[in-house]
Design a protein around this ligand. Structure first.
Ligand SMILES: C[S@@+](CC[C@H](N)C(=O)[O-])C[C@H]1O[C@@H](n2cnc3c(N)ncnc32)[C@H](O)[C@@H]1O
Length: 252
């Protein structure tokens, strides 16, 4: 059971300096997006308790902030499992009022996965079960290995992707291939994210090869870098976020 699932604030506070550099927002604006997570967090705790943290991208709340701040039209992630990262990305897209997420992953619940945490509470669940019906209209669920499904998905729309997240198999060949495919598909100024960036040399090699010197590491292993081009540093200040209160107290 991961304590970061019960209180999102520590991971946000350690990540805030990097998020501010990356997004070019004021602290008030950024905290406003984070504070929106209070009701979402309470709903998740009521629905699933500790189960959501099993095998999940525990930094998914930071993904919520990034999606709210950059308002992407098209997001692609690899690695679905229960769908915790998908749930929080989709909550943000729904709040934005536009945008689509495609998630590619093995159906770990149908196949089983060596080493994957399988609490009894997951018996009978299907891949992506954390995504409720109300969020599925903005979601494409693609079952399969990223090696097989990602080239066609990204190759069909080069330069149109706004955000990519690697969270599938954290092994060198898969990480390297996903970064390369994503870099070709991302628009100028698009965001590339990767979980477990220290699992192999692939992230460091990719940054060096592409001469991307302004990558951030959020919450100790979530890498994020903006591709060169017409960077849009987040939204202009809006009335709803300009007066954001200090970070909310714990909701649990
Ligand atoms: C860390 S989990 C993903 C967690 C998910 N992002 C979340 O927040 O709930 C990684 C998942 O990737 C899947 N996976 C493993 N190898 C894969 C591959 N080659 N392509 C796509 N998915 C893969 C595993 O079955 C596992 O469920």
């Amino acid at each position: 059971m991961n304590p970061r699932f019960f209180d999102f604030r520590p991971m946000y506070e350690v990540s805030r300096p990097g998020l501010l550099r990356l997004l070019g927002l004021s602290r008030t604006e950024l905290d406003g997006f984070f504070n929106e997570l209070g009701p979402i967090h309470r709903e998740l705790l009521n629905e699933v308790g500790h189960v959501a943290s099993a095998g999940a991208l525990i930094q998914a709340p930071l993904l919520y902030v990034l999606v709210r701040a950059t308002e992407p039209q098209w997001v692609v992630e690899t690695g679905i499992s229960s769908g915790y990262s998908a749930r929080l990305a989709l909550e943000a897209l729904a709040r934005n009022g536009h945008g689509h997420l495609d998630s590619i992953g093995i159906d770990v619940f149908a196949l089983g996965q060596p080493g994957e945490a399988r609490p009894d509470a997951l018996a009978g669940r299907s891949v992506g079960w954390l995504v409720p019906p109300r969020l599925r209209s903005q979601w494409g669920l693609i079952i399969g290995r990223s090696e097989e499904r990602l080239p066609a998905l990204l190759g069909a729309r080069p330069g149109e992707l706004d955000m990519f997240l690697h969270d599938s198999l954290h092994q060198y060949p898969v990480m390297k291939a996903e970064y390369e495919l994503a870099a070709r598909a991302l628009r100028p100024g698009g965001l590339l994210l990767s979980h477990d960036i220290h699992a192999s040399p692939a992230w460091a090699e990719f940054l060096a090869h592409k001469e991307l010197h302004e990558a951030e590491e959020l919450d100790h292993d979530l890498g994020v870098v903006r591709l060169p081009g017409s960077a849009t540093g987040g939204l202009p200040t809006s009335p709803s976020t300009a007066q954001a209160p200090p970070i909310s107290p714990p909701s649990a």
